[in-house]
Ligand binder design. Structure first.
Ligand code: FAD
Length: 386
């Protein structure tokens, strides 16, 4: 039997091997056309990587979060873009922890086999922004159904997912005992919804991310779509968000490694003034600094994953992992462009594409300010600012 370290090393090797079939040219073509990388997502699904967190009994691999982190990190470190599929990892947790047996039996085997994609997560709204508790999408009980009305924004991969986890208000805000009550989570069959009240409009963004606006015009869904208890949805997403932050942190570590590797290779090869540019400390030091920053963030990401895997719900560690890793990745992206000089802007090197892709993670899924606010107020006990 393999040790855990051997198992993780094996996962790294297999993910790398799969990613070799999707070189920079593949991603450049998809990026230019803003096309969803279906072939890549299918390959990941077929290899079982997107079912990593699904328990064996439902056809998945039943792996821990640290293994899922290794998968996402290697995808990014190979130059690929895991954002096309990462939600299936990070929203899985909500279904696993709070879904009914009937929901798990119906959906998990199909998600594990690739028959269904669970890639869409409808939380953000245009008017509420980061203040999730003020979201306005309503779900009103009507006999055996809920009727959904409202709008989501930035629902990534909505056009390429069969299922969506949707957060909506079931009790008006002024009627709840605790301000965190009154929101509920639903598992929406998107194909059915598209026939009867849901519509999707893509948003063209800086990078190829398949983000969309989603509109609900009296969409009727059965009460069996409710995940867990009515009114507890906010609590459910908070617990899922720690896993999400750790996984995104791992993606950022992969990106940082990619930028550092590219910059190191280029600085060794590129000759200006009859010597490699990497011989100049003005080029060496930023690369070395980014390496140190990435290594420190990597320790925090895998420490957070370990605490999570031991059964904790590590808000402090998950937030610090996401903060440090997203900053390490962005610093490495900037350093890489500087090292490449003008060629950092040329599409064929992939640096400019990865630079655009890496920019997201100090903003989404949670922005740096909000993480700092969490640490300041919930960890250090400073006075609440909102
Ligand atoms: C490409 C992309 C994909 C996304 N995918 C999804 C998805 O699949 N599903 C989903 O639900 N959402 C998604 N999002 C939304 C994302 O989670 C939000 O954009 C993010 O949480 C920030 O919210 P906002 O854009 O509304 O910013 P706002 O809340 O409007 O904030 C704007 C700025 O103000 C700062 N700010 C706000 N309040 C405070 C405060 N009290 N103190 C200090 N600073 C503050 C924020 O930090 C931010 O920098 C995506 C976003 C993008 C860009």
């Amino acid at each position: 039997m393999q040790s855990e370290d051997e198992q993780l090393a094996e996962i790294r090797r297999t993910v790398r091997a799969l990613c070799e079939d999707f070189p920079g040219e593949y991603w450049r073509t998809k990026d230019a056309a803003r096309q969803y990388p279906s072939e890549f997502v299918d390959a990941l699904t077929k290899a079982g990587f997107l079912a990593a967190l699904i328990p064996d009994e439902f056809g998945g691999s039943g792996l821990n979060l640290d293994a899922a982190c290794v998968i996402m990190e290697e995808i990014q470190a190979s130059g690929c873009n895991g954002s096309s599929a990462h939600a299936q990892m990070y929203i899985m947790n909500t279904l696993l922890r709070y879904g009914s047996d009937a929901q798990k039996n119906e959906y998990l085997p199909k998600i594990a086999s690739g028959e269904l994609r669970l890639q869409a997560f409808g939380v953000s709204e245009p008017t509420s922004g980061t203040d999730t508790l003020s979201l306005k999408t309503r779900a009103v009980r009507d006999g055996g159904d809920y009727i959904i009305s409202g709008q989501k924004v930035w629902t990534s991969r909505a056009e390429h997912s069969d299922l969506m986890l949707l957060l909506a208000r079931t009790t008006p805000r002024d009627q709840v005992a605790k301000k965190t009550d009154g929101l509920s989570m639903f598992l929406v069959d998107m194909h059915e919804a598209l026939k009867s009240g849901m519509s999707i409009k893509p948003i063209r963004t800086m990078m190829n991310h398949s983000s969309c606006e989603v509109f609900f015009d009296d969409l009727r869904i059965p009460t069996t779509a409710l995940v867990g208890e009515e009114g507890k949805g906010f609590r459910y997403i908070l617990s899922g968000m720690n896993a999400e932050r750790i996984l995104i942190g791992a993606e950022c570590i992969g990106d940082a490694k990619w930028f550092i590797e590219k910059a190191t290779a280029y600085a060794s090869d590129r000759n200006v003034f009859a010597r490699p540019i990497g011989q100049n400390q003005g080029i060496q030091f930023p690369i070395a600094r980014c390496y140190a920053q990435m290594c420190a963030a990597e320790l925090m990401v895998y420490h957070a994953a370990q605490v999570y895997d031991e059964g904790g719900n590590p808000g402090e560690e998950a937030n610090m992992a996401k903060l440090l890793a997203s900053e390490a990745s962005w610093a490495a992206a900037d350093m890489c462009v500087q090292t490449f000089g003008g060629f950092g802007f040329a599409e064929e090197y992939d640096v400019e594409r990865k630079f655009r892709e890496a920019r997201l993670y100090t903003v989404a899924p949670i922005s740096t300010n909000l993480i700092l606010s969490y640490l300041a107020e919930h960890v250090l006990g400073l006075p609440r600012s909102y």
